[in-house]
Design a binder for this molecule. Structure first.
Ligand code: FES
Length: 152
């Protein structure tokens, strides 16, 4: 079946198997390798993308559901001026170790900062915003500190 959607600002049209996951289309077919498979069942957040501006797990979305929608991955954020600010905050706080989870955390950070309301910048709100992303290295404290800096 044919699907057509926008990814990182460009329209793509693909002929896909109806059971194919969006994760596989992005990572394998479109070579957007920032979108990673960790658990493959919606638990780890390594496959997080922006889908019409919301952070979602691409491993849980059948690719045909992307038809007519807009997707952004880390590859598409690199040209955005705010990306460097996020990158710097993560580095300054030592919020990166092996970096397998990093793309997913950054996507969720972008979604949080975009939706953030002034009163929602506390530690609990940030933890809630990042709750779908798992990190086995940093222990989360440094990641939360980096995002708090960005939110202020
Ligand atoms: Fe999608 Fe883990 S690979 S949430």
């Amino acid at each position: 079946m044919n699907v057509s959607f926008k990814v990182n600002g460009k329209r793509v049209t693909l002929d896909i198997h109806p059971h194919k996951r969006l994760l596989d289309v992005l990572h394998d077919d479109l070579q957007l390798i920032s979108v990673k498979e960790g658990c493959g069942e919606g638990e780890c957040g390594a496959c997080t993308i922006l889908f019409d501006g919301k952070n979602v797990n691409s491993c849980l979305i059948p690719a045909f559901q992307a038809d007519g929608h807009e997707i952004v991955t880390i590859e598409g954020l690199r040209e955005w001026s705010g990306f460097e600010t996020i990158e710097r905050a993560y580095l300054e706080h030592g919020a990166v170790q092996c970096a397998f989870c990093l793309s997913g955390f950054v996507i969720s950070t972008v979604a949080y900062l975009k939706d953030q309301q002034k009163e929602n910048t506390g530690e609990e709100e940030i933890k809630t915003a990042l709750a779908g992303n798992l990190c086995r290295c940093t222990g989360y404290t440094k990641i939360v500190e980096a995002v708090r800096d960005l939110a202020e």
